[in-house]
Design a protein around this ligand. Structure first.
Ligand code: C2E
Ligand code: MG
Ligand code: MG
Ligand code: MG
Length: 281
């Protein structure tokens, strides 16, 4: 009796497992097709200085799916990373992001940085070659291209990471540590890397003004970063209260839905042109 139960219980589990494997394979095939059909598009989210001046645009990939609409990275980035597809996708994203630099210059916004997220699987010598040729092809000056890496990408192989980052820094690439505070690394350790900015993870920003611990964490990150001559960026700002708190504590750059959502390039550009114009006038 017990044995049969066991067997009966095993069946649906296996079917579920097979279904999920089949689903993933199907998704992977669809992703390969999507790359062919150029269904990946970039949204751009602005970053601002405390005085409201725009300082950067972060490129965020979306999948314009033929039937399911616009899909967010959470639905497909993981499988792209596991399958290695992220290398080719990442190369396209880099070039596509860089292509917009000329349009920024045209709009009088050539001083903005363009930030691109890079996954662990992309963080290889191949990336150096891709970035080198992309900078050349689109004539990006030093300081325009910014790479966002998470702590785990850097700490996975610190010696290799530091070497690759130094070579890229020599090309004028700057580095931000994304989702800072969620990984396992100390600021003192990170100081050995050519890191320009720490992006304080959204989870700490969320409860500013509500949760004293999160306020203490944000305050500590800003203080310690500044003492090591590293700038700070707050991501995920959604309320005026969070914004005011961060401005008052000297956070260097600000990003979040309150200030600007990720949107098509033209839409962000129109927004920035308006705010820029009024600030200048
Ligand atoms: P991330 O780099 O930390 O990007 C920030 C995420 O938070 C984005 O989600 C953004 O839309 C969202 N966000 C921004 N402001 C707010 C806010 O005020 N409130 C809330 N709730 N969310 C906010 P998205 O676009 O879904 O991207 C998720 C993650 O996918 C990114 O996290 C990044 O790790 C990865 N990703 C996105 N684009 C790329 C890419 O081109 N290449 C690679 N390798 N990874 C990417
Ligand atoms: Mg990012
Ligand atoms: Mg982040
Ligand atoms: Mg994130």
């Amino acid at each position: 009796q017990a044995k049969r139960h066991g067997r009966n219980r095993a069946m649906p589990y296996r079917e579920e497992f097979d279904a999920s494997v089949a689903h993933r394979l199907q998704l992977l095939n669809q992703l390969r097709d999507a790359l062919e059909r150029r269904e990946f598009v970039l949204a751009f989210q602005p970053l601002f200085a405390p005085d409201g001046r725009p300082v950067a645009l972060e490129a965020l990939v979306r999948w314009q799916h033929p039937t399911r609409g616009l899909l967010l990275p959470g639905e497909f980035i993981g499988i792209c990373e596991e399958s290695g597809l992220i290398v080719e996708l990442g190369r396209r994203i880099l070039r596509e992001a860089a292509r917009h630099y000329a349009l920024l210059v045209e709009a009088g916004l050539g001083e903005l940085r363009i930030a691109v997220n890079v996954s662990a699987a992309q963080f290889t010598d191949e990336l150096f070659t891709d970035i080198e040729s992309t900078l050349q092809e689109f004539t990006l000056p030093h300081g325009v291209l910014e790479i966002e890496l998470t702590e785990s990408v850097i700490m996975e192989s610190p010696t290799r990471a530091i070497e690759l980052m130094q070579r890229l820094a020599a090309l004028g690439v700057s580095f931000s540590v994304d989702d800072f505070g969620t990984g396992y690394s100390s600021l003192a350790y990170l100081k050995r890397f050519p890191i320009d900015r720490l992006k304080i993870d959204r989870s700490f920003v969320q409860d500013l003004g509500v949760d004293d611990d999160d306020a203490a964490i944000c305050q500590s990150i800003i203080g310690l970063a500044h003492s090591l001559d590293i700038r700070t960026v707050a991501e995920g700002i959604e309320t005026e209260q969070q914004l005011a708190w961060l401005q008052a504590r000297g956070c260097d750059e600000l990003q979040g839905y309150l200030l600007g959502r990720p949107q098509p390039f033209e839409t962000v550009l129109a927004l920035l042109r308006r705010s820029h114009g009024s600030a200048a006038g």
